[in-house]
Each structure stands twice: as C-alpha cells, then as structure tokens.
Design a protein around this ligand. Structure first.
Ligand SMILES: [Zn+2]
Length: 115
C-alpha cells in the first residue's frame, strides 16, 4: 500500500514538473527552466511530499485543502490551463489516466458533499 502512495506521489510530481517545463518553454521562451518556474517546481514537489491526503486524493487540483499559497496557486493554475490540454498529445497515456482518475474522484467527492 505504501508503495502505491509513493508511486502516486512520484507520478504527480513528474507530471507537474513536466507541465511546468512545457509552460516555461512556450511562455517564457527559455530552454530549461527560468528561476521562477524552477521555484514553482520545487514548491509543488514540496507540497506533494507534505500532502496528508495523498492516500485518498488523486491530484491537487481536486484537493479541498488548498495548501498552495495564493501566489503559487495562481502560477500553478496558469500552468495547468496552458499545459493541461497539451499534455494529451505529449503523454496520452499519462494524461488520459489522470483525466479518468480526476473524474472518478470528483464523483466520489460529490457524494461526500451530500452527506
Ligand atoms: Zn518560466
């Protein structure tokens, strides 16, 4: 079980950093990460490491405890908006799996809300 959680964490971090890298390359025109985006990757990784809900949630975008501070949250949202749809072409399997997991989880969360 613990191994699964660790894999999930690693997978999340990997996906996030890839999305940030793509965003930076297209938006900031850099080859490699600019300092700002590098800080964002580090921050996102830290949040994933500390997240106490990793076992029950699938992804931070679904998380009800918004553990990102507002400034970082804005940045990561811009990254998701930009890179999210593009990831489907770059990493179809990863992206599709993510979409399915998020959908499944949203359903579960909605059910929780009703009680
Ligand atoms: Zn950048």
């Amino acid at each position: 079980m613990h191994k699964d959680i660790r894999t999930k964490r690693e997978r999340e971090k990997e996906l996030v950093s890839e999305m940030i890298a793509l965003y930076c390359r297209k938006q900031h025109g850099r080859n490699g990460l600019c300092p700002e985006c590098e800080a964002l990757v580090a921050y996102a990784g830290q949040r994933s490491d500390k997240c106490p809900f990793m076992e029950t949630k699938t992804f931070c975008s679904n998380c009800k405890v918004h553990c990102y501070k507002p400034e970082m949250r804005e940045k990561i949202r811009a990254v998701m908006r930009f890179s999210g749809p593009r990831m489907i072409f770059r990493r179809p399997v990863t992206a599709l799996r993510h979409v399915l997991e998020v959908k499944k989880e949203k359903k579960r969360l909605e059910m929780c809300d009703e009680t």
